[in-house]
Design a protein. Structure first.
Length: 64
């Protein structure tokens, strides 16, 4: 993955985050992909990308 794809990403944390910095951050990218990263690490080296269907399945799994 190149940093170019993530240079304009707007990262956010859950409203349920504890604010201590140990959170998962999410960015919805313009091409429809969803990027996630560990807030302790930041940057782009720890980013995981999900397609829309994979993200939906991931969130359904979390809610189950």
């Amino acid at each position: 993955m190149t940093n170019d794809r993530l240079s304009d990403a707007r990262w956010f944390k859950s409203t349920r985050s504890n604010g201590v910095g140990e959170c998962v951050e999410v960015a919805f990218l313009g091409d429809g992909e969803i990027a996630t990263r560990d807030s302790k690490v930041g940057g782009t080296e720890s980013v995981l990308l999900f397609g829309t269907r994979q993200w939906d399945a991931f969130v359904r799994g979390l809610n189950a």
